[in-house]
Write a protein that binds this ligand. Structure first.
Ligand SMILES: [Zn+2]
Length: 194
């Protein structure tokens, strides 16, 4: 992969694009300076279906699964999803605010959606994430850091870090030391933004 962010559009080149309507502009003058890692699977514990995309495009069929009935009416999104095989789909321009964090706080600043990029890994809190996902995540984070100077490998948190007591993802299954090691390695060799 050779990922680069187009700074005019906020879209990552070389990545599959599906537009989610669940986004809006960031507050005036606010740029992303935090990356939030999430884990998601629909239904919980099942991988590979079309359901994350359907959730983010407000077309999840509520009648198919009891869990879908709970979440189908939610208006949520993330900037980008990393599938189990490392495949990437972007749903929201990095310029815009994706609706991924909900009620949240980071170092005293509330509403983390305003100033963060949300990256979603297909997975659960307890089942190991795939090697291909760590590799793809590292490439994505490196490309983001190259494009947006306020982002950096140490401005990286889990959803559970900014919504403690409410959210647990990406969970203990997410290997932070491994992710940070790969991200640091990729950031040293990242090409500039285009
Ligand atoms: Zn989350």
């Amino acid at each position: 992969m050779d990922l680069q962010v187009d700074l005019d559009t906020g879209l990552m080149r070389g990545v599959r694009q599906v537009a989610s309507p669940n986004c809006d502009p960031r507050p005036a003058g606010v740029e992303a300076d935090l990356i939030v890692i999430h884990g998601i699977s629909l239904p919980p514990g099942e991988f590979g279906g079309p359901w994350i995309e359907r959730l983010f495009t407000n077309t999840l069929p509520a009648e198919i699964h009891p869990y879908f009935a709970e979440v189908a009416s939610m208006r949520v999104s993330s900037h980008l999803v990393v599938q189990r095989d490392g495949g990437l789909t972007q749903y929201v321009s990095f310029t815009d605010r994706a609706w991924h964090a909900g009620q949240s706080i980071y170092r005293g600043r509330e509403a983390c959606n305003d100033f963060s990029v949300g990256l979603e890994l297909e997975g659960t809190d307890t089942l190991s994430y795939e090697e291909a996902q760590y590799d793809a995540l590292a490439e994505v984070v490196a490309a983001l850091c190259a494009a947006y100077p306020r982002l950096s490998p140490d401005r990286l948190v889990g959803h559970s870090d900014i919504a403690p007591g409410r959210k647990t993802d990406p969970g203990p299954a997410f290997d932070w030391p491994r992710a940070r090691r790969l991200i640091t390695a990729h950031c040293r060799q990242a090409p500039g933004a285009g």
